[in-house]
Ligand binder design. Structure first.
Ligand code: ADP
Length: 461
């Protein structure tokens, strides 16, 4: 059974149940009221008759009494002594309630009895007539329940009708509301199926206005997931293309040089140098890939020992000056004595990556500024350059694996310096594992600032 039918049925059943309970309560209460009205009339007839029994001739009062009430006096032997004029043929000359007479006489208690006689339905009240301690007879009154029955039947008919109308309306309403609430789910299913069949991750659920409910949230989350998946998928696809491309060039060079030497039957130092450059590049790439794979599969263990971060910082500064060569300038703005817990080699790797990127993406005669600052229980190292900067469109993705900013902008970089877009994602992962963070700011065309921050070792008190 579909969710829609199930929800609508449940809703209707619930409303039906409430309607039946309410109807039953109304019917029962109304019946009670009507019956108690009859009882009151019977009791007051008994009172009136009793009042005159002793001092006046009962016939006087009975003759003038309300014709809808039948009053009778029966002696102890069951002989009908006095009776009012009966409007009902079946009761003429008969005791209204023979059973009630006997019960009232024997028990000396008043007794109510609801009687159905052929098509007659009436209520009888039998009251013993006492003279001192002795019972002299039974006073019986009876009133027809015809009107009450009529009213009850009318009420029941109305209640059933109203109940049916309410239940039908609620069934249609339940079906309509669940239908419109669940309709977007059908669209989600349809789009999901379309995506599966067509392998088209660019499909989205069309939403002109996001419904302000859980279904709206689901659609939003679905579209967001698809956005993310599409992006990841495109990144992977681009990476595959990039890696194949990157691999082909060095392999072609290696093959060419090896062929050349084989043909010449001698070692060529230029060819050998070119081959070792290609091998170094390939090795770097494979190492990065391996590290990334280990990090992602959780198989890479990091040390957690006290690290003098200022010494690492100094080492990187020295290395940066060598890497930058003559035409790029590395400046140390600030350094502080700092100890952190972590993996020295990995932290150095992060810093080296930031610094070598800064050098790579800085134009000749550009500047790189290194700064280390202690603040609020953490240490932040920033690497700032005045190079080409990062386009705002790329900023959000810069730490994603295999992401490289628009190729045209990195064209000026030497072939053997070109990276694979893995360095920053590895750095991001390392900083995360050190309970730290890495951030970037950039003014496109005017440089970028990378900042890595992590907690200091708290001082022992
Ligand atoms: P790569 O090995 O390609 O440099 P990274 O993950 O280290 O990989 O960097 C990803 C991309 O971020 C780079 O391709 C580059 O486009 C951009 N980038 C990183 N650092 C800088 C910087 N200092 N200035 C400009 N762009 C940068």
């Amino acid at each position: 059974m579909s969710l829609q039918i199930r929800l609508a049925t449940f809703y209707t059943a619930l409303v039906g149940l409430v309607v039946v309970a309410f109807g039953w309560a109304v019917y029962a209460r109304s019946t009670d009221i009507l019956m108690s009205q009859i009882d009151v009339r019977l009791e007051s007839a008994v009172k009136d008759a009793n009042k005159v029994l002793t001092n006046r001739d009962i016939r006087d009062i009975l003759i003038t009494y309300d014709s809808s009430i039948l009053i009778q006096i029966i002696d102890n032997n069951g002989e009908l002594l006095v009776t009012t004029e009966s409007t009902v043929e079946q009761l003429t000359g008969r005791i209204i309630d023979p059973d009630g007479f006997e019960i009232a006489r024997d028990s000396r208690q008043s007794y109510y009895n609801e009687i159905s006689l052929e098509d007659l339905h009436y209520m009888a009240l039998s009251v013993p007539v006492m003279v001192g301690e002795n019972i002299t007879g039974v006073l019986q009154t009876g009133a027809s329940l015809k009107e009450v029955d009529q009213l009850r039947a009318d009420l029941l008919r109305s209640l059933v009708l109203i109940g049916l109308v309410i239940t039908t309306l609620s069934a249609s309403f339940g079906y309509y509301t669940t239908h419109s609430a669940l309709m977007p789910l059908a669209t989600v299913t349809q789009i999901a199926t379309e995506i599966t069949h067509s392998d088209d991750l660019s499909l989205r659920i069309p939403v002109n206005r996001r419904p302000p409910n859980e279904v709206g949230d689901l659609i939003f989350a679905f579209n967001e997931t698809m956005e993310r998946l599409e992006h990841l998928f495109n990144t992977q696809r681009r990476f595959l293309a990039d890696v194949s491309h990157e691999l082909r060039t060095p392999l072609t060079v290696l093959q060419g040089n090896a062929g050349l030497m084989r043909r010449m039957k001698s070692f060529d130092s230029q060819a050998l140098e070119s081959m070792s450059k290609e091998i170094a590049r390939l090795t770097r790439m494979v190492e990065d890939l391996l590290l990334m794979a280990q990090a992602e599969s959780g198989r890479l263990e990091l040390d957690s020992t006290p690290v003098e971060l200022d010494t690492v910082f100094l080492e990187i500064y020295q290395q940066a000056r060598i890497l930058a060569g003559e035409n790029k300038h590395v400046h140390m703005v600030n350094i502080d004595q700092v100890q952190v817990m972590g993996d020295r080699d990995r932290l150095k790797q992060v810093l080296l990556n930031l610094v070598s990127n800064a050098i790579k993406y800085t134009r000749p005669d550009g500047n790189i500024y290194l700064e280390m600052i202690k603040e609020n229980g953490e240490v932040c190292i920033s690497v700032k350059d005045d190079g080409i900067g990062i386009h705002p469109d790329d900023l959000a993705y810069i730490f994603e694996r295999f992401y490289r900013a628009e190729k045209s902008r990195t064209r000026f970089i030497d072939y053997d310096q070109k990276g694979f877009g893995l360095g920053l994602s590895i750095a991001y992962w390392i900083m995360q594992r050190h309970n730290g963070r890495i951030e970037v700011e950039s003014e496109y065309g005017h440089g970028a600032t990378f900042r890595m921050c992590m907690p200091l070792i708290p001082p022992v008190v």
